[in-house]
Design a binder for this molecule. Structure first.
Ligand SMILES: [Zn+2]
Length: 294
């Protein structure tokens, strides 16, 4: 079964990438360099040996403690490795079914998911999204859209995606795919930025507390550049649903576990990238059921 082998292989690659993300999550918000010094215990400064750096397995083998000083290692190390591995495996499974496997899409989606995982885990730990992730991603998105127009233009009704501006220029996805894809990406960046910023302003007016920070605004601009402006709205809607479910559960347990919004936006982005058609079908079925009830 070559397909199962491919998925297990992507899980292992993802776990190794997750191990590197742990370094990023620890060092980026602290303004430390990523490549120096080599991995070490933050408590006793002892360098981590290569055989203690195997994703997940070392964490379990060491009994969740540093080999040298015995201090507890945060479970985040194993969790992020597992999450990244699972993400790689799922994206690979989702995009390699069928005959024509789109390896460009697979590579781009895996890279975007990796950035989102890093942003989310820093957001959970430090309540910030480091500027090493969103702004470079936002600059890269239009370039990717320009080079590979099929990533953005294959996802739906073309005239809707490109919007009125392309119509004014007389460009269609069939006649000018690269231009239309570039405009879709730039429109996605603008939509992500404006919508989350407006939601944040409204949240402050209504709830009189910080609902969404500028880190979320920048993160959504980055996501918008890769999913296009139509899926920006789906990303925010799906993210808000995840947030509402978790919020209700934590309220029922009468615990104030206020989560930052970055991880929900990231989850919403993954759903929009991989399951946009399923979300639309679910919504249509719901709308038909509501209409049928009247
Ligand atoms: Zn130690």
């Amino acid at each position: 079964m070559p397909e199962a082998v491919l998925i297990v292989f992507s899980f292992l690659i993802g776990a190794v990438v997750g191990s590197f993300l742990n370094v990023c999550v620890h060092r980026l918000p602290r303004g430390m360099l990523l490549h120096r010094p080599p991995s070490h215990c933050p408590f006793c400064n002892e360098a981590v040996r290569w055989y203690d750096n195997v994703p997940v397995a070392s964490y379990l083998a060491l009994g969740r403690r540093c080999r040298c000083c015995g201090i507890r290692i945060s479970p985040r190390y194993a969790v992020l490795e597992l999450v990244t591995g699972a993400m790689f495996a799922y994206i690979t499974w989702r995009l390699t079914r069928g005959m024509d496997v789109d390896y460009v899409r697979l590579g781009v989606y895996v890279a975007v998911a990796t950035a989102l995982a890093a942003a989310s885990f820093v957001d959970i730990e430090c309540r910030i999204i480091p500027d090493e992730i969103s702004p470079p991603g936002t600059l890269l998105a239009p370039v990717v859209a320009l080079v590979w127009p099929h990533l953005l233009l294959s996802q739906g009704r073309d005239h809707l995606i490109v919007g009125p501006l392309a119509g004014l220029l007389g460009a269609t996805p069939a006649s000018h795919p690269h231009l239309c894809s570039l405009m879709t990406s730039v429109a996605g960046i603008a939509a992500g930025f404006v919508v989350v910023w407006a939601l944040g302003v409204m949240g402050r007016l209504i709830f009189r507390k910080e609902a969404m920070g500028f880190g979320d605004v920048k993160l959504m601009a980055f996501v918008g550049g890769f999913v296009g402006w139509r899926l920006v709205l789906m990303t925010i809607m799906v993210g808000a649903c995840f947030g509402a479910v978790v919020g209700l559960v934590s309220m029922a347990r009468s615990r104030d576990t206020r989560m930052p919004f970055g991880p929900y936006l990231s989850l919403g982005a993954l759903v929009a990238m991989l399951h946009a058609g399923d979300v639309v079908r679910l919504f249509e079925r719901y709308a038909a059921a509501v209409a049928g009830a009247h």
